[in-house]
Write a protein that binds this ligand. Structure first.
Ligand SMILES: Nc1ncnc2c1ncn2[C@@H]1O[C@H](COP(=O)(O)OP(=O)(O)OP(=O)(O)O)[C@@H](O)[C@H]1O
Ligand SMILES: Cc1ncc(C[n+]2csc(CCOP(=O)(O)O)c2C)c(N)n1
Ligand SMILES: [Mg+2]
Length: 285
C-alpha cells in the first residue's frame, strides 16, 4: 500500500467530524468556545533527513513542518507533543528543539521517549488556536478565484543538493505563521506546500467538485527558472497555497499563479497540459 491508499482506507473507518474527512492539513476541535487546531507530522532517517544530518536541524524541521500546517489554517501555536527515539545526537536534538520552540514561541506540552533498533523516527503533534473562523479549508474555492503562492519554490531542493545560498531553506525552514494568520480572512482555501506545488494543488483541486485549477507556468515563482519542473514538484518549501477573490487586496506579499475555472478535462492544468493523475506531481510515500 502507498500513502494515498492507506489514507483512503483510513477514510472508511470511524472519523470525527473535525477530521475534515482526512482531506485537510489539520483537524478542528470546538472546545469551550475555542476552536483548537490539531496536526501531526513525522520524520524518519533516510527518508526525511540523511543519517549524518545535524540533529539540531532535524529537531527544528520537525517543529517547523508541524507549525506550517497550523500556519495554513491561520492558527496560532499553543503547544507541541514530541515522540522521541533516543540514541542519535540527543544533545544536538535538544539544542535545535530549544531554538525552534524559542523562535516560534511555542512550548512543550508533553510527549514520549523510547529506545529502539533501526533508523530513528521522530513524531510531533502541534496544537493551535484558530485566530479566524471559519478556519481555512482545502475546499472552498469558487469559479473565478485567483490562485496564489506566498514565495518562491525549489529553495529546499537546492539546499538539499548543497547549494550554499539555500542550505537554510532545507535545514531550517520558517513556517509562514504570520502570513497565514493575516491571509486567513481573505482566503477561500488555504494549505501549505509540503509535497510540491503540483501535487498539493492537485490535492486541493481534488477536495472540490467540478472545478479545474489552472496554473500559468510563466508566473510561478521558482528559485531556479532553468529547473522549474523540479522546483514545482520537489516539496518541503512550506510556502502557503491559497485561493481568494481576484479583487482581494492582500495583506502580505504573494504571487498569483493561476485561476480556478469550471471543470474542464481534469483537476489541474499547467498551461494547456492536463494533469489528471497525482502520479509524478510531487513527493508521495
Ligand atoms: N496515519 C494516519 N492516521 C490518521 N490520519 C492520517 C494518517 N496519515 C495521514 N492522515 C490524515 O490524512 C490527511 C492528509 O495528510 P497529509 O499527511 O497529506 O497532510 P499534511 O500533514 O498537510 O502533509 P505532510 O505530511 O506532507 O506535511 C490529514 O487529514 C491527516 O491527518
Ligand atoms: C534524505 C532525504 N531524501 C529526500 C528528501 C526529500 N523529501 C523527503 S519527504 C519530502 C516531502 C515531505 O514529506 P512528508 O509528506 O512526509 O511531510 C521530501 C521532499 C529529504 N528531505 N531527505
Ligand atoms: Mg499540510
Amino acid at each position: 500500500m502507498d500513502e494515498a491508499a492507506f489514507i483512503a482506507a483510513l477514510r472508511t473507518l470511524p472519523l470525527h467530524a473535525g477530521a475534515r474527512g482526512l482531506h485537510d492539513d489539520v483537524a478542528q476541535l470546538e472546545v469551550g468556545g475555542e476552536t483548537l487546531i490539531l496536526t501531526h507530522d513525522s520524520m524518519a532517517a533516510g527518508t526525511h533527513f540523511r543519517a549524518n544530518a545535524d540533529m539540531a536541524d532535524v529537531a527544528w524541521k520537525l517543529v517547523a513542518s508541524n507549525l506550517s500546517d497550523l500556519a495554513a489554517k491561520g492558527a496560532e501555536p499553543v503547544g507541541v507533543l514530541l515522540s522521541y527515539t533516543l540514541g542519535t545526537d540527543d544533545a544536538r536534538f535538544l539544542k535545535g528543539l530549544d531554538e525552534a520552540l524559542t523562535k516560534f514561541a511555542v512550548p512543550i506540552l508533553g510527549g514520549d521517549t523510547i529506545a529502539a533498533d533501526g533508523p530513528p523516527t521522530f513524531g510531533m503533534t502541534a496544537i493551535g488556536r484558530a485566530t479566524y473562523t471559519p478556519v481555512p479549508h482545502r475546499a472552498g474555492a469558487v469559479v473565478g478565484d485567483a490562485i496564489y503562492v506566498t514565495g518562491p519554490l525549489g529553495r529546499a531542493m537546492l539546499g538539499f543538493e548543497g547549494q550554499p545560498d539555500y542550505l537554510a531553506a532545507f535545514n531550517r525552514p520558517h513556517p509562514r505563521l504570520a502570513e497565514g494568520r493575516a491571509l486567513a480572512p481573505f482566503t477561500h482555501t488555504m494549505m501549505d506546500i509540503s509535497d510540491g506545488l503540483l501535487l498539493d494543488c492537485w490535492r486541493m483541486a481534488q477536495a472540490h467538485n467540478d472545478l479545474t485549477f489552472q496554473l500559468d507556468r510563466a508566473t510561478i515563482p521558482v528559485a531556479d527558472p532553468n529547473r522549474l519542473d523540479e522546483c514545482i514538484r520537489w516539496g518541503e518549501d512550506y510556502e502557503l497555497l491559497f485561493t481568494c477573490a481576484p479583487t482581494a487586496s492582500l495583506p502580505v506579499p504573494a504571487t498569483r499563479i493561476g485561476t480556478v475555472i469550471e471543470a474542464q478535462h481534469g483537476l489541474l492544468q499547467l498551461d494547456d497540459a492536463v494533469l489528471d493523475s497525482s502520479i509524478g506531481l510531487g513527493y508521495q510515500h
